[in-house]
Design a protein around this ligand. Structure first.
Ligand code: SF4
Ligand code: SF4
Length: 357
């Protein structure tokens, strides 16, 4: 099995548009959308979902309100200000020093840690200051460190696995697609990328499909490392701008560090032919092969509006360049060494800076 991963130094270079056209030109292959932080390949490939699974990663703390004695210890210990006091009128349960009457001596907290919540509630009622405050944990602010769980004197905080999104196996006109939707503000996208890749590989093995085309993550962080490690070939999509050249350098260092053969495609090369020429020279120096140049063409936007790959929308202009790109990639993809072993989790991948030697 051979994975081709389409990546870029940053978002917005046209990576996904090119990946969609390659998916059409490649014929039957397994497709994986590993750009999970901004997944949009499904907008072009119009998948029919066959399987849907929850993606769980990390933990979050949740207070069981009936068991909470409103001591406020969790607020004191949370370094991320993730625990909020919603209602109530007693100073002892508020963040230390935030009310004028409370001197923050903690005596009540230490004493009451040994008592039952019934006793605490009687004390609150006897105080004549209304009911106890209610503490809730903001799920977006909680980092899942577990400190509040450890220090809660009555063990009133659950520590549950966090649901971060969903992943899917779908059918498309180009072949099976494995893709995902990460929840709002959800993290651990590198772990989700590994999960998507593992399932795409498994699907390819089950169906006897030799090629897996991956729309990888942009940048050089954990998700892109999870996208490329062990792949047979990468295609870096770049633009002819100074930042495009800089990003290509960084991505090239990363792919070299992981020993993945690297092709380059200059998208919209004609908006700055001089920088395109510089990119050609730089790629050659860095051991990367420029597999193609694609001209600027408004047909790309028109195709996107119609939910098509541009090679399905027209046969001229940039599509001629895409066919030439495919003609260069196809034999290299077939001849590439089969995949190595991708890590089961990005946590097993090196996290140091790429080798700059
Ligand atoms: S798990 Fe950590 S971050 Fe989350 S509320 Fe508890 S102490 Fe704060
Ligand atoms: S430490 Fe436990 S009992 Fe005290 S306020 Fe927090 S959740 Fe409630």
């Amino acid at each position: 099995m051979r994975e081709l991963v389409v990546i870029s130094g940053k978002g917005g270079t046209g990576k996904t548009s090119i990946a969609a056209s390659l998916a059409v030109l490649a014929g039957r292959c397994v497709i994986a959308d590993c750009d999970v932080d901004a997944a949009d390949l499904h907008l072009v490939l119009a998948p029919t979902i066959r399987r849907r699974e929850e993606f769980r990663s990390g933990h979050e703390a949740i207070i069981r309100q009936p068991d909470c004695i409103s001591c406020g210890a969790c607020v004191t210990y949370c370094r991320y200000d993730a625990i909020l006091q919603c209602t109530g009128g007693n100073d002892a349960a508020a963040p230390r020093g935030s009310h004028s009457a409370c001197r923050g001596c903690d005596l009540c907290q230490r004493a009451c840690a040994l008592r039952t919540n019934e006793i605490m509630r009687e004390m609150w009622q006897a105080s004549g200051q209304g009911g106890p405050p209610v503490f809730v944990i903001d799920p977006l602010a909680c980092e899942g460190c577990g400190v509040c769980v450890h220090f809660c004197p009555v063990h009133a905080i659950d520590f549950v696995e966090r649901t971060c999104g969903e992943w899917f196996v779908s059918d498309t006109r180009c072949g099976p697609l494995v893709h995902a939707r990460l929840g709002t503000a959800a993290e651990n996208s590198g772990k989700l990328v590994s999960l998507i890749r593992q399932n795409a590989r498994k699907l390819a093995e089950e169906q006897g499909i030799e090629r897996v085309l991956i729309d990888g993550s942009p940048g050089i962080g954990c998700p892109v490392i999870a996208s490329i490690t062990g792949a047979a070939l990468t295609l870096v999509v770049t633009e002819p701008t100074p930042s495009g050249l800089h990003d290509l350098t960084r991505v090239g260092e990363l792919t070299r560090h992981f020993g993945v053969p690297t092709l380059v495609c200059i998208n919209k090369w004609d908006i700055n032919p001089d920088v395109s020429q510089t990119i050609d020279a730089h790629a050659a120096e860095a051991g990367m092969t420029v597999a193609g140049r694609i001209r600027y063409d408004a047909a790309v936007t028109q195709a996107q509006i119609q939910g098509k790959a541009v090679v399905e929308h027209t046969a001229t202009g940039c599509v001629e360049d895409l066919h030439a790109l495919w003609a260069a990639i196809d034999p290299l993809w077939s001849a590439a060494a089969p995949n190595g072993h991708a890590p089961s989790s990005p946590c097993t991948a090196p996290t140091t800076e790429p080798d700059r030697a």
